[in-house]
Design a protein around this ligand. Structure first.
Ligand code: OAD
Length: 248
């Protein structure tokens, strides 16, 4: 492991432009469940079609609302872990550092990362499902049994999260694809690498000459394209990487 960490640090030491793609694994050590873990993953316990699709929302808006309010409360009650904090510190070392996440939590921001591209939206933002007007969550909404209604058009309010079958947000996509083309190194942290189009980013970076450093305790479909694969939890590997870089 130390050899691989040293190899990753050596690659990063001279880089100017670095990008980082994170997934649910980076928040696992904070206590946020991932999606595809066989025992604890959200999609092993809940039906994504019911909870993360337009059809599911239309069928039972209350169920969907209560599930996201439950997740919001859970996420609000946990703290960024050493992996989030190390990423924020790493960013400061490079002329360009683009942080792209598939996560809907705000743990990167709370860990100190100034700019985060949320490819799958954010559980801290809300909007009308009909007219798309932004909505500010009220304290009583958190325990409501059904979604609040839009003050403009009376449509149901939803979290600003990308559901299955929906488009990714335009600005975040543009920035993420730009970052993948421009970076010399891409860190791929805590993602199973099977959800597209996000999983395209490491491939695109590779095509444009970048080296991929993967951090994940388990192998993924992206492991074969990684120049260095650190098979460790990100809450350990990222601080260790930072320490090596700091040591010069
Ligand atoms: P997954 O649940 O598919 O994958 C989580 C990955 O994190 C796995 O590869 C684990 O091995 C790894 N992992 C677990 N613990 C870790 C740790 N401590 N450190 C580092 N890695 C660890 O989650 P994502 O790849 O993020 O989409 O899933 C992608 C998308 O699928 C999500 O954004 C979500 C979901 O459907 C939407 O909600 C739109």
């Amino acid at each position: 492991m130390h050899k691989r960490l040293a190899a990753a640090a050596a690659l990063l030491r001279d880089a100017q432009a670095v990008a980082c793609l994170t997934g649910a694994g980076v928040s696992a050590e904070s206590g946020v469940a991932t999606f595809r873990d066989a025992a604890t993953g959200l999609w092993s316990k809940f039906d994504p079609q019911q909870l993360a699709s337009q059809a599911g929302f239309a069928a039972d808006p209350g169920l969907v609302w209560r599930w996201y309010m439950d997740r919001l409360q859970k996420i609000s009650s946990v703290q960024p872990n050493p992996g989030h904090i190390a990423l924020a510190k790493l960013a400061a070392r490079f002329a360009q550092f683009d942080l792209i996440t598939q996560n809907i939590d705000d743990l990167h921001e709370r860990g100190g990362s100034p700019t985060v591209y949320h490819l799958h939206g954010s559980i801290t933002r809300y909007r009308c499902n009909r007219c798309a007007a932004p909505y500010t969550l009220q304290p009583q909404d958190i325990t409501a049994q059904t979604p609040p209604v839009c003050p403009r058009c009376r449509g149901p309010i939803r979290p600003d999260i990308v559901w299955f079958g929906e488009m990714l947000p335009h600005h975040e996509m543009e920035e993420a694809w730009r970052a993948a083309r421009e970076c010399e190194m891409m860190l791929v942290v805590g993602t199973s690498g099977i959800v597209y189009p996000a999983a395209q980013l490491p491939q695109l970076a590779l095509q444009h000459g970048a080296t991929i450093i993967e951090i994940n305790p388990d192998p993924t479909p992206l492991t074969p394209i990684a120049g260095v694969a650190l098979q460790a939890p990100s809450g350990e590997a990222l601080p260790a990487l930072l320490e090596l870089l700091d040591a010069g």
